[in-house]
Design a protein around this ligand. Sequence first.
Ligand code: ADP
Ligand code: MG
Length: 682
Amino acid sequence: MKNKLKESISTLKGIGDETETLLNDVGIVTIEDLLEYFPYRYEDYQLRDLENVKHDERVTVEGKIHSEPSLTYFGKKRSRLTIRVLIGRYLITAVCFNRPYYKSRLVLGSTVTITGKWDKHRQTITVQEITFGPHQKSTDLEPVYSVKGKLTVKGIRKFIALALKEFQEEVVENIPEHLRIQYKLLPRKEALKTMHLPLEPNDLKQARRRFVYEEFLLFQLKMQALRKIQREQSHGISHQFSDSKLEEFVYTLPFPLTTAQKRVVNEITADLKSPYRMNRLLQGDVGSGKTVVAAISLYAAILSGYQGALMVPTEILAEQHAESLFQLFANVDVKIALLSSSVKGKKRRHLLEELENQSIDILVGTHALIQDEVNFNKLGLVITDEQHRFGVGQRKVLREKGENPDVLFMTATPIPRTLAITAFGEMDVSIIDELPAGRKAIETYWVKPNMLDRILHFIEKELKQGRQAYVICPLIEESEKLDYQNAIDVHSTLTYFYKDRFSVGLMHGRLSSDEKEQVMREFSENQLGLLVSTTVVEVGVNVPNATVMVIYDAERFGLSQLHQLRGRVGRGDAQSYCILLADPKSETGKERMTIMTETNDGFVLSERDLELRGPGDFFGKKQSGMPVFKVADMVHDYRALEVARNDAATLINSAAFWEEDIYQNLREYLSNSGILDGGKLD
Ligand code: ADP
Ligand code: MG
């Protein structure tokens, strides 16, 4: 049975080649696309009491012509028609430009409906539309569609009305009946019509509610199906290792694991043992101890006879990770190697040979790991740190270097739950939600820029005790457009201020990577007391001796970014401080600063960040792979998202879903999205 809705819009009366192209340009190809081309807003023609209408707001009113209209011409074409209209107890003026012909129809005492802009001070409406007669209820809310080129809103309205008339009966329900009834959702047919032609705001609300749920449910069905299929059909490695050997290793570590670390280690080792390929996201705030979890997981893979890879975004991080691993594996026989761009020539060939004959157990590096010449003998586990900084493609190449190795993605950017279940819905998620005991909370202060002097002296006090400080600026150099502090100027100011007492380093994105490495090395070896930098230090850098983080123009940064920056201190035993220099003008700006001083919890901050900035800005750039919803809004409708997610999981995991006829169209939907034949999302 072919669904007529899948037919081209050209089958509609009145849509010729030209119109078809216009509609194609806004993404409308089939009748279904047209029917689901929802308005992005509605023109509100509801009658309102003028008392509640704000100055300059658009409003529709109904009233009686109170006196003879007066018409004035300016030149030949331009004219003004002034009318006095009695609306309830108000006597107002309505002015209508360049439509002199209305005069004869504005009969004293007759009723008119006027839409226009309300000037509260002058008690005047500038007329946009007039209907000669009482207000017609059917036009209360008029849909407005986004258009392009020669396409007009009126045109789309016409085509949609036509499509509804001819094809509304073909619209099929896609929410399972029991769920639709449980949540009292409108049937699809009805809701679709209401989206385009709502009679009442409340109807619209109900129609919207239905589509929000539908969008989330369908999306989550895809995610959950993909996850299930990837698990069950993936021919992963069933790692075989002895738990007691692994426990012995954990016992050699310099500290006991936190409860949260133990829990995620168990989740990961269960995945390693299972025949499914692991596809897991490990989230843990900065300093929560993800590295040791990675080490234990790698050790499990090695015990089962495989090699492991750890991929990180920068060379500095690669070095630091390699160093951490050397220490953690100090008491066991594991060979770790670092592949960086500075490993060249003979050394490099030798390293690659050792990798191929499995003399090397763990390889650490940047994206250098995914080059063609890098071949493992038996790659069993791939771990990437700060995974959202790697493109999906790079992740895939690395994974393909072994035969279905298990994959663990680690991130220190706490991702709000709502985003995690949309952007990473096809993954399993482990969360380290606890910091190692005894960690001192970083003290955060928000101060006005005019306190700078006191701050410089405060830094001095810390430096005198042998500590180090970061100073972060939004810009590299002076800008004519933006009035923010820049690293180059701040660097010279501080160099002058601390003259012979402490040396000040400078780091920013325009340095070559060698130069950056050099500065970073000097700072981590405590040759520099201060490091002035742009946000390039944000990622994972570990200098435990640094105890002060000063952030200039802190209102410029999002909460998650501020939290990442703050995470560069508080990594040792000493008390650390974060000082936000900011004079935000906006309420949200002030709110952000206050939140920062109130909590050190990255998850709390990420939720607030999402509320304040919206999902589009959260991940930045493209790599997020965030789905686009037509009606639903992840932040606003998050409750529906959670509900839909649970419903999707229940459906996908029930035998009925895969067998019964009533789910046939949903199974078709999944299969059309390519999900049922192995997955598409990466
Ligand atoms: P992140 O999650 O930010 O990568 P790290 O793995 O770098 O955190 O750990 C931060 C610091 O905490 C390291 O110095 C590490 O040795 C230490 N650490 C990790 N786990 C524990 C623990 N259970 N008890 C005490 N210290 C720990
Ligand atoms: Mg880390």
